[in-house]
Design a protein around this ligand. Structure first.
Ligand SMILES: [Mg+2]
Length: 304
């Protein structure tokens, strides 16, 4: 655990740092409010602050208020240390956002006890953040493939389409549907079918740029979004995807499975104000054209 100590009195600083050192804490020290505030702006700033009330340039309670106004950062646990021993001072400190209040001179064990509580709160906070992240992941990703789920790839498409319209740039999408996938499930079983979907997802994910998006659109259907891609390039990228899916057999539960995909490409031309629905419809029609023309191929909706 790392702590930030904001204390202008050399004597009090020594008491706190000596004990923290003994208990295995890492810490940094500042002697006024301004430097303390700056230290807290750093990335990976300490989440535990032990702060004096009376500082040369500000009051600890003021700094508490300022810290509490910061949004979007992990929680900072503030322990206010002061010689003020009035009950109403303690109340003021807590109202300003302090988590704890320690009256000087304090006993070493008292400080140790309070730090145990601080660590417990900060641990809980960290677990809460992890939980939030895993919930967010579950809500936006497909369970089987690990790709974005349908909702997320459609959100991405909608956002990128707005951006493309605003910046007068093209945007390409590809709908890819695995050919005769039912046969894979019927022949090798659903678990092997799942393994095939996972491998296809991996191959697709590995072949897109950082600012592209790929999601599982339906059962064995994938939607890929290529921001900034004009028709010819999107067609070429779709050919790449087709080749990646079909060129090497997929090992699924010890079985060698050959799969291919039919892909449909559609483009939103710069300044065309194309809607998500009409773009998807065009890609869908192109994909069905690829199916009709024999599968394992790419068809485009054509340049409008
Ligand atoms: Mg002081």
């Amino acid at each position: 655990m790392r702590a930030l100590i904001i204390e202008d009195s050399a004597v009090d600083r020594r008491i706190v740092t000596k004990n923290l050192k003994e208990w295995g804490y890492k810490f940094s020290v500042t002697t006024n409010g301004k430097d303390g505030w700056e230290a807290l702006q750093a990335e990976n700033a300490p989440k535990l602050v032990i702060m004096d009330w009376m500082l040369p340039d500000t009051e600890g309670v003021e700094l508490c208020r300022k810290i509490r106004k910061i949004q979007g950062k992990p929680y900072t646990y503030i322990m206010l240390v002061t010689a003020r021993n009035q009950k109403r001072d303690m109340l003021r400190a807590m109202e300003a956002g302090a988590d704890d209040y320690l009256v000087k001179p304090f006993n070493k064990l008292e400080l140790k006890a309070r730090l145990i509580a601080a660590n417990r709160i900060l641990d809980l906070q960290e677990k809460l953040i992890e939980l939030g992240e895993s919930l967010r992941f579950a809500a936006t990703h497909d369970n089987l493939s690990g790709l974005w789920n349908r909702g997320q790839i459609l959100d991405f498409l909608a956002r990128e389409l707005v951006r493309a319209n605003r910046d007068d740039k093209p945007l390409g999408i590809v709908l890819a549907d695995l050919d005769h996938f039912k046969k894979v499930n019927d022949t090798f079983g659903h678990l092997a079918g799942d393994a095939v979907l996972q491998e296809v997802s991996k191959r697709m994910q590995g072949n897109i740029r950082a600012y592209d998006g790929v999601g599982r659109y339906g059962g064995e259907e994938f939607l890929v979004v290529f921001p900034g891609c004009e028709y010819k390039i999107a067609m070429r990228r779709a050919e790449d995807l087709k080749r990646l899916v079909g060129e090497k057999p997929i090992m699924a539960l010890g079985e060698k499975v050959n799969v291919t995909a039919s892909l449909g490409v559609a483009i939103a031309e710069p300044g065309s104000d194309t809607s998500v629905e009409s773009l998807l419809q065009k890609a869908d029609q192109a994909m069905y054209a690829a199916k009709r023309k024999g599968r394992n191929r790419v068809e485009g909706s054509g340049k409008p």
